[in-house]
Design a protein around this ligand. Sequence first.
Ligand SMILES: O=C(O)c1ccccc1N[C@@H]1O[C@H](COP(=O)(O)O)[C@@H](O)[C@H]1O
Length: 203
Amino acid sequence: MHNIRVKICGITSYDDAMVAVEAGADALGFVFYEKSPRFITSDIARSIVDRLPPFVERVGLFVNCSAKEVDEVCKVAGMSTAQIHFDVDEHYLKSLNTKVLPVIRAKEPKDVLKFSSSYRLVDAYCESYGGVGKRLNIEWFSGIDCSKIILAGGLTPENVAEVVRYGFYGVDVSSGVELEKGKKDPEKVRSFIKRAKEAVCAL
Ligand SMILES: O=C(O)c1ccccc1N[C@@H]1O[C@H](COP(=O)(O)O)[C@@H](O)[C@H]1O
């Protein structure tokens, strides 16, 4: 049976983290980008991570950082994966000592095929990098292998069920499950995870 992994991104507090974990989130995202309203310091992220139960993936999100900075923050903050949310080449990705999830900020249909042999996150292109609720044209994924793609960009509890039929490895949400920037809405978080997982079971 197909499964779908759900990442809840932009976690800034232990309470928000636990709402997501208890609702069945597979991964939590922590934004180490100072210009983001969801920015979290490595020390605060670490204090959340240290209290999490086992088997929860911790994903650090980075914009315009050197590989050395990414590795250092991931180590201090207890991240298991680094999500590289800006344009980098294979050499950069290989130089990291942390498990890496490259992000493709897709502007046109052919972009979704980049890094096609690896697991990657595909988000809609926007100048400010992400977390703004901008959706991709889902038709760009028709007829391609989505089994290594984590879909992001403008997902909500209302629209997540309709995208799972493309066979994505996972889905990622931030602004679509917030009460306000940087604060999650527990009902939306629970509803998003439930609808994503139930929609897969119904396939
Ligand atoms: O969340 C942010 O503030 C952010 C800042 C810089 C780059 C990416 C960011 N968020 C990521 O963007 C995608 C889509 O988010 P949304 O669901 O459309 O709000 C997701 O991976 C966020 O984690």
